[in-house]
Design a protein. Structure first.
Length: 491
């Protein structure tokens, strides 16, 4: 009896060639697909067997089912008409990088378990640091997402605010409640981190933002002072460079000076906006970064690395290692004290070789190629904003920032190009306009021809476009604008 093993070599080679053709065809023909599926929940599951197979199935059959069930059931984030969230960073070099990483399949937990993975991670982290203008006081570690990065950063902030928490925890120590402050426009990852760290989501204080959706530094200072007077302990401030809804940038230098004076941790969530610091015209986004204790940047949002790839930078990275380093006996032989062991810088023990795909992409595009693509996103965002300004049925809902445009149908009853009244000749209430804006987005998304998102600003529903896909051109943006106007007119 022949022992079971891997796929025979020649068959595997044939499958690889088939897959290469499939990937190239998918990429070439993606524009012909619906951006989002039209099926109801459960429709995809209904097409799949309820029980796993007892015997192995052929790759051909599996690939056929990918085409039949999976591809039609996806939201295609890489589609050029996907304009939701922050666009997407799928590129040909990114796909090649992922393909290279899969067969290597190493665990990058320590230097000894894969020296190349450890040292390449150190190199690409430093490349990005230099590109965005961070000083060499900062060193970093690659995680999957910014939500994980902020949790680790705030764990260090917690240790500095309440020493020995790593050893004894928070209970039965007569500690004051620890507080985190962030904008009312900031990401919910601050609350999730507070939940995970035992601080409690109610101790994340949301500070009002100004008319440009940036945190109000005066209100922040007052909130910190008030908490101190009431016996609470300010622990950290989370400033945002590129908020999720509008792409707004907090006044980081003012916040940093306040944190220095108050002796509390400053974390900068630059998950989206950090990459734009590479663009000469956008170097202003990094003002105040020198005052930070930690900064997170997501290359899978703006530096063209496929999901997932997020870098947390910490001033004096040893502070992070002191909180998380723990070497059990079964790993002691695989650690080398003189070398960096990335398992010491977070909760994860097993770690993917994420650095390889970034290395492939960044070498393929170069800094100039990345900057050119970011500039094109900025150009197209401003172009779209100009179209909004030229149509009095619509208005910008926030300043255009980087690749994000927030806008609103206002139905001012002015005649449309086709002779209809945008508001059907009558006044409409704010609630009706909110519903109309939401319905425009839903109708477009249901059509499968494009994909937008919506958000709330100052209590009003607005439409939102996020650019980032290298396949999205000005022609695609024009098609989206036509879809939006037609949907508004029809509704």
């Amino acid at each position: 009896m022949t022992a079971p093993g891997d796929t025979p070599r020649e068959e595997f080679r044939k499958q690889l060639h088939e897959l290469a053709d499939w990937v190239a065809d998918f990429r070439e023909n993606i524009e012909s697909l619906r951006v989002a599926p039209g099926e109801k929940p459960g429709a995809i599951r209904a097409q799949l067997p309820a029980q796993a197979p007892e015997e192995g199935e052929s790759f051909e059959k599996i690939l056929n089912d990918v085409n039949r069930v999976i591809v039609p059931g996806m939201v295609h984030w890489s589609h050029p008409m996907f304009l939701g969230y922050f666009g997407w960073t799928s590129t040909a070099p990114g796909i090649l990088g992922e393909i290279l990483t899969a067969p290597l399949n190493v665990n990058a937990m320590t230097w000894r378990t894969c020296p190349a993975a450890t040292e390449l991670e150190t190199v690409v982290i430093d490349w990005l640091r230099q590109w965005v203008g961070l000083s060499d006081e900062f060193d970093g570690v690659i995680y999957d997402t910014a939500s994980v990065g902020i949790t680790h950063a705030l764990a260090v902030a917690r240790e500095e605010a309440a020493p020995a928490t790593r050893k004894f925890g928070l209970t039965d120590r007569d500690l004051p409640r620890l507080r985190i402050y962030t904008s009312d426009q900031a990401h919910s990852s601050a609350e999730k981190a507070a939940i995970a760290l035992g601080l409690g989501e109610e101790n994340v204080i949301r500070i009002p933002s100004d008319d440009q959706f940036r945190i109000d530094a005066n209100s922040l200072g007052q909130s910190i002072a008030k908490d101190r007077q009431n016996g609470l302990q300010p622990m950290a401030v989370v400033a945002t460079v590129g908020t999720t809804s509008t792409g707004s940038v907090d006044p980081v230098r003012d916040i940093g000076n306040l944190c220095r004076e108050a002796k509390i941790w400053l974390h900068i969530d630059a998950a989206y906006g950090g990459g734009f610091a590479m663009v000469p015209d956008y170097e202003w986004v990094r003002k105040g970064w020198e005052l930070a204790d930690s900064i997170v940047i997501n290359p899978h949002k703006t530096v063209f690395v496929p999901l997932d790839f997020s870098v947390l930078y910490v001033r004096d990275l040893e502070r992070l290692r002191r909180v998380f380093s723990l070497v059990p006996e079964y790993l002691r032989g695989d650690t080398v004290d003189a070398e960096k062991n990335y398992m010491d810088y977070g909760i994860q023990l097993g770690r993917r070789f994420r650095a390889l795909k970034a290395w492939v992409i960044w070498r393929s595009l170069g800094r100039e190629g990345i900057v050119a693509r970011l500039r094109e996103q900025i150009r197209m965002a401003n172009l779209f904003a100009g179209w909004i300004k030229s149509d009095d049925r619509f208005e910008l809902a926030a300043p255009v920032s980087m690749g994000v445009i927030c806008f609103r149908f206002v139905g001012d009853a002015a005649p449309s190009p086709r002779g209809h009244m945008a508001a059907r000749g009558r006044a409409v209430s704010i609630d009706e306009l909110d519903k109309l804006n939401s319905e425009i987005v839903e109708q477009i998304n249901a059509s499968g021809r494009a994909y937008l998102t919506q958000t709330k600003l100052r209590g009003q529903t607005v439409m939102r476009i996020g650019l980032g896909n290298v396949l999205t051109t000005e022609d695609h943006l024009r098609k989206a604008w036509e879809l939006i106007r037609d949907a508004a007119e029809a509704l």
